[in-house]
Design a protein around this ligand. Structure first.
Ligand SMILES: Nc1ncnc2c1ncn2[C@@H]1O[C@H](COP(=O)(O)OP(=O)(O)OP(=O)(O)O)[C@@H](O)[C@H]1O
Length: 591
């Protein structure tokens, strides 16, 4: 038993849904013409290959080549059988052709109700034959009385609404688009006017300066440089132009890709590695196989090896450039900073090349990694921007190099130093342990400050905060408040529990209890600060309480932490307390 095929449905599917644009029939006809010229050359016949497109009145065009043509048997076998192709018959030779699926001709039915094909085979004394095919799957073949030249001519008449594709200017545009760099001359004619549409040298055969000018003319902006691309296994030659402006990592890449000189797609995104954001490729391949829609390549092992090889070309260029043209190298890093960071994360070699040139936010300001490593062999990296901000100023005063790892990729980039630099140590900052790095008080001082700390712990327990005291620079910072996401979440949960309805409050309680180890933020008093000392030495418990509350709420404000309503009213109360105290002590003004 065989499947039953509804031919009209298949033709409709292939012709109307396989191709993205009606204009692709020009690409398919060009490809058939070029393949026919290749096939005839392979027979050893001496001739100058040519493809000719002629525009007639009444929306009709002809598309001719002087290639191998077809015998009656070949017409029956290949033209009249969908999915059948001469170009697959001999797998060893299939690589010479652009087509292989035996469906390309169907694209003509998108724009025309009938394909009329006149042909004479170059193979011996072939007859002149006429084949007429219709989209309903019917066709006819007849022998012509007159003898036509060797080759094939296809006549098409435009369907309603597709007339524009049959006008001279549109044909010229399409022929140039797809065939500009094909090696066989393509002539477009109307009346007595003739135009050769493919006289340009392909960019992959140009020298660097020519390629720069070509890209500038076609892309309207001067590239920073041109990288030459080659892949032996893929038979690839191409160029990658370095864009003179930064591109968003989300932007889809649009490389122009040619197969044996014919444009396959001008928006192929995956032919270069995904990290190569900063270049636009123009690539010609002899060996990669296209998909049936001809707008992408088959993603087989060869495809991925070729892509890796092209990625290597870009990498090698950058390595060489960093040694030979520092000035340009630095400019490229500056313009394509974001993509270069992504590249460095993904590729070890590129990491080593770029890491020294990448800038990071540090406790000493924005610095290049080379500058960071000049003066510091021990680095701390804060995993979030929030944590970095909490410690940056104080860290600098202790001569601690803390790097902000809160921006995209920065944490990974800094941590990776461990793998490439033996003499550098990198630790992830544990914000709640940060205060432990400061100088401890002596035994006596510890004893003296104990009651104050206990009091502070009691007051701040409900805010999920514990107190410590240390000696640190700068002296003008009285306290350092350190928190992390876990503490913040816990505080938020507590607040919601108080304010929510009973059901939600119960849910919050369950979640909270899941955290078996309750996290606490840290308030570190600075023993180096005169007001802190005074507060600690005070015997007035009320004043001490107000000081503790103000130290705490001030630290929250300075660190941009949100204040809960309880914290806000606590701050107000302690402020009023001091205002009262101050006013009480003012001498009465005599009337
Ligand atoms: N101009 C031509 N000269 C000689 N033979 C042709 C010509 N155009 C088409 N043919 C024959 O018709 C067959 C079918 O052509 P069609 O364009 O449908 O498919 P294809 O080129 O083989 O593959 P693809 O679907 O990948 O384009 C070809 O294999 C070839 O034998």
């Amino acid at each position: 038993m065989n499947f039953q095929v509804n031919l009209q449905g298949v033709i409709d599917l292939l012709s109307n849904h396989l191709y993205s644009d009606p204009g692709v029939f020009i690409r398919e006809l060009l490809q058939n013409g070029i393949d026919a010229v290749t096939a005839r050359k392979r027979l050893g016949q001496e001739f100058e290959g040519e493809v000719r497109v002629e525009v007639f009145s009444s929306n009709t065009i002809s598309f001719s080549d002087n290639g191998c043509g077809l015998t009656e048997k070949e017409i029956e076998q290949f033209l009249a059988k969908i999915g059948s192709s001469t170009k697959r018959e001999d797998q060893d030779l299939a690589d010479d052709y652009i087509g292989q699926f035996g469906v390309g001709l169907l694209s003509c039915f998108v724009v025309s109700e009938e394909i009329v094909l006149i042909t004479r085979s170059s193979n011996g004394e072939g007859d002149s034959l006429e084949w007429r095919g219709k989209p309903d799957g019917t066709y006819s073949i007849k022998k012509l009385e007159r003898q036509v030249p060797v080759g094939t001519t296809i006549y098409l008449k435009a369907k309603t609404d597709y007339e524009e594709y049959f006008e001279f200017y549109r044909l010229r545009e399409l022929l140039e688009k797809y065939g500009e760099f094909l090696p066989t001359p393509i002539i477009l004619t109307e009346d007595n006017y003739e135009l050769n549409v493919n006289t340009s040298i392909p960019p992959w055969n140009m020298d660097k300066q020519e390629a720069m000018d070509f890209v500038e003319e076609t892309a309207y902006s001067k590239p920073m440089d041109i990288i030459s691309l080659t892949s032996v296994i893929g038979g690839v030659k191409g160029i990658a132009s370095i864009l003179p402006y930064a591109v968003s990592l989300q932007d889809e890449k649009k490389h122009r890709v040619y197969l044996k000189g014919m444009l396959l797609s001008d928006k192929m995104s995956n032919v270069l590695p995904p990290w190569a954001f900063f270049v636009n490729g123009i690539i010609n391949t002899e060996n990669l196989r296209p998909t049936a829609s001809r707008e992408a390549f088959q993603e087989n092992d060869l495809f991925f090896s070729v892509r890796d090889e092209l990625g290597e070309c870009i990498k090698n260029y950058l390595i060489e450039l960093s040694q030979e043209n520092q000035e340009l190298f630095k400019r490229i890093v500056l313009v394509h900073y974001a993509s270069i960071k992504t590249m460095a994360v993904e590729d070890e070699e590129l990491y080593e090349l770029f890491i020294q040139h990448l800038s990071f936010e540090t406790s000493f300001g924005d610095l290049k990694m080379a500058e960071i490593l000049e003066n510091h062999t021990h680095l701390l990296v804060a995993p979030t921007l929030d944590e970095f901000r909490q410690v940056a100023r104080v860290a600098k005063a202790q001569d601690l190099m803390v790097i902000n790892g809160g921006y995209v990729h920065d944490l990974d980039l800094v941590l990776n130093l461990r793998n490439v630099k033996d003499d550098i140590s990198v630790d992830v900052l544990d914000i709640l342990e940060f205060a432990n790095r400061f100088k401890e008080l002596n035994v006596m001082e510890k004893q003296e400050t104990r009651p104050f700390l206990d009091y502070s712990n009691e007051i701040l327990r409900s805010f999920q905060c514990r107190s410590v005291v240390r000696w640190f620079e700068p002296a003008d910072i009285p306290v350092l408040y350190n928190t992390n996401q876990e503490v913040n979440f816990f505080k938020l949960a507590e607040e919601s529990e108080k304010e929510a309805n009973p059901l939600f409050a119960e849910a919050v309680r369950v979640i909270k209890n899941e955290l078996y180890d309750q996290p606490f933020a840290r308030l570190c008093y600075n023993y180096n600060n005169p007001i802190v000392r005074k507060a600690m030495e005070s015997r007035d418990l009320e004043a001490q309480k107000a000081c503790i509350e103000l130290f705490y709420t001030q630290a929250l404000l300075l660190g941009n932490h949100p204040l809960s309503s309880a914290e806000l009213s606590m701050m107000n109360e302690s402020l009023f307390h001091f205002m009262n105290m101050g006013l009480d002590r003012m001498p009465e003004v005599e009337q």
